[in-house]
Design a protein around this ligand. Structure first.
Ligand code: FAD
Ligand code: MLT
Ligand code: ZN
Length: 469
């Protein structure tokens, strides 16, 4: 029987989409850098159905592209143009299977949105701390497959650190299931960590057991004006030490990003701190009821005395706090609305941030006359989105023509500083060449060996993550 007919028989005709109207939005990545084709988009509703689909595709040697909320930045969820693959969407697998307050754990299916998992944890009196600007659309399976980061990594870690176990289907349809809320389990290779960050190339993740934390009962948020980017490192240390490590977020926003957001995003207000080249959005949180505002204010006053800050505005209401967060999280959208941009998701050891900003700014100034730097993001993790926007009135094609030279220069600088050219967004198809360039031969050989062992026919997300030998 023909593959699509067999798929319809296995998971129901309504779960096998072929009309362009249904499939087109799922065949393009959200930045519109990639467009692919597929035999169908299939939407299984259970782990058994995912296993059935993979068994069938394995037998027929048909490739499978797993897709979550399609918010990824590297084209990982977009099939190639051959039209031979199927896209396997997880959105119907959206049940929270359990919220286990006693074990500080929750089991969610892969198609749950991140926001729905945060909500389920809150309803159970707990916190699930992963926080991304895309949380209303991205899915837990996608967060696991990309090892997502976001704005609370400094305190709680990345998706990898927040995962106790996964359930996943391998290329041949066999099911791995490790969903017990175990904090300690040293029984052999940790398959969970192999699958986290594998971008759909080793297995389809169908569910996960996630770590929860005590709910937050106190929060203090400040918008801090910095005299220069150099102040970030000292200020970060002061904020961590001065708050007994209650610092959950430490996000850098340059004046250029503030200006873009105020121009492009209607509902956001200027926090009103002294005009400065750089700002830090810092947030303390605690599960106890305690005067965090006083603690934060005292630490910032000390920082001002030492010359590491010039001014600050503390959020006095939840509404003001939300405004500060909207400002920070609107930077990518403001950049998009303002014209073409060149993006670099890079990280360095925190103490090298100053060197990165100084040397990176000089590279941008010399290599991209039509652009200006908008370097913002997770300074507390040493991870900046070192982006460059096109200046108003310049020629977009001239600006974009600098992309290869700038990328090479920035990524060489990062390598020089012992950093990463992909801090939190992954490789997908966007950064294959970069992995080939910067990974050591032994690392690439080990990755290829793992791929060969788990997916010998290469049906899972071909052309992603692993560069061709
Ligand atoms: P998709 O885009 O659908 O897929 C991403 C990759 O995972 C693909 O390779 C796909 O094949 C694979 N995949 C998806 N689901 C599965 C599954 N169940 N099993 C196996 N493989 C699977 N990312 C950050 O890390 N930090 C941020 O701060 C951040 N902010 C963002 C802000 C905005 C406004 C946007 C649009 C994106 C942001 N992202 C951020 C990027 C993106 O949201 C994350 O990478 C997210 O984890 C992707 O989830 P998704 O469900 O959309 O995955
Ligand atoms: C962010 O931190 O805002 C994202 O990871 C970067 C982006 O959306 O461009
Ligand atoms: Zn980010």
């Amino acid at each position: 029987m023909e593959l699509l007919a067999r798929l319809r028989e296995l998971i129901g005709p309504e779960a096998v989409l072929t009309s362009p109207q249904d499939t087109e939005p799922l065949l393009t990545d959200h930045r519109r850098l990639y467009h692919g084709a597929a035999r169908a988009v299939v939407l299984p509703a259970t782990t058994e159905q995912v296993a059935d689909v993979l068994r069938l595709c394995h037998a027929a040697a048909v490739s499978v592209v797993p897709q979550g909320g399609n918010t990824g930045y590297c084209g990982g969820a977009t099939p190639d143009a051959s039209g031979n693959s199927i896209v396997l969407g997880l959105r119907r697998m959206n049940r929270i299977r359990s919220v286990d307050a006693a074990n500080f754990a929750l089991v969610a299916e892969a198609g749950c949105t991140l926001a729905s998992v945060q909500q389920a944890a809150a309803t159970g009196g707990r916190l699930f701390p992963l926080s991304l600007g895309s949380e209303g659309s991205c899915q837990i399976g996608g967060n696991l497959a990309t090892n997502a980061g976001g704005t609370a990594v400094l305190r709680y870690g990345m998706m990898r650190d927040l995962t106790l176990g996964v359930e996943a289907v391998l290329a041949d349809g066999s099911v791995l299931s490790q969903l017990a809320p175990l904090r300690k389990d040293n029984t052999g290779y940790d398959l969970r960590h192999l699958l986290i960050g594998s971008e759909g190339t080793l297995a389809v993740i169908t569910a996960a057991c996630l770590k929860l934390f005590p709910a937050q009962r106190s929060v203090a948020t400040a918008w801090i004006a910095l005299p220069s980017a150099n102040a970030v490192i000292e200020l970060l240390a002061l904020l961590r030490e001065g708050s007994a490590d209650r610092l959950s977020s430490c996000e850098l926003v340059p004046a250029a990003a503030l200006a873009l957001v105020l121009q492009q995003i209607p509902a956001v207000r200027d926090p009103g701190a002294t005009a400065s080249p750089w700002y830090l959005l810092a947030e303390l949180t605690s599960s106890a009821v305690e005067p965090l505002d006083e603690l934060l204010e005292g630490t910032i006053t000390h920082a001002i005395e030492l010359g590491h800050a010039t001014d600050a505005v503390l959020a006095c209401s939840e509404e003001q706090r939300q405004n500060l967060w909207r400002l920070r999280e609107s930077v990518p959208e403001a950049q998009r609305r303002a014209g073409a941009s060149l993006k670099h998701d890079i990280s360095v050891p925190v103490a090298s941030l100053q060197a990165l900003i100084e040397r990176g700014s000089a590279l941008v100034a010399s290599l991209v006359p039509e652009g200006f730097l908008v370097a913002y993001g997770h300074a507390g993790d040493g991870n900046l989105h070192f982006n460059v926007n096109q200046r108003a009135g310049t020629d977009a094609s001239k600006f974009l023509a600098h992309e290869p030279a700038l990328k090479r220069a920035i990524h060489d600088l990062v390598a020089n500083l012992d950093g990463s050219f992909s801090a939190e967004h992954g490789i997908g198809q966007l950064k294959l060449q970069e992995l080939a360039q910067y990974a050591r031969p032994a690392e690439l050989a080990a990755m290829r060996g793992i791929k060969q062992a788990l997916d010998p026919l290469g049906i899972l997300n071909p052309g992603k993550l692993l560069p061709q030998p």
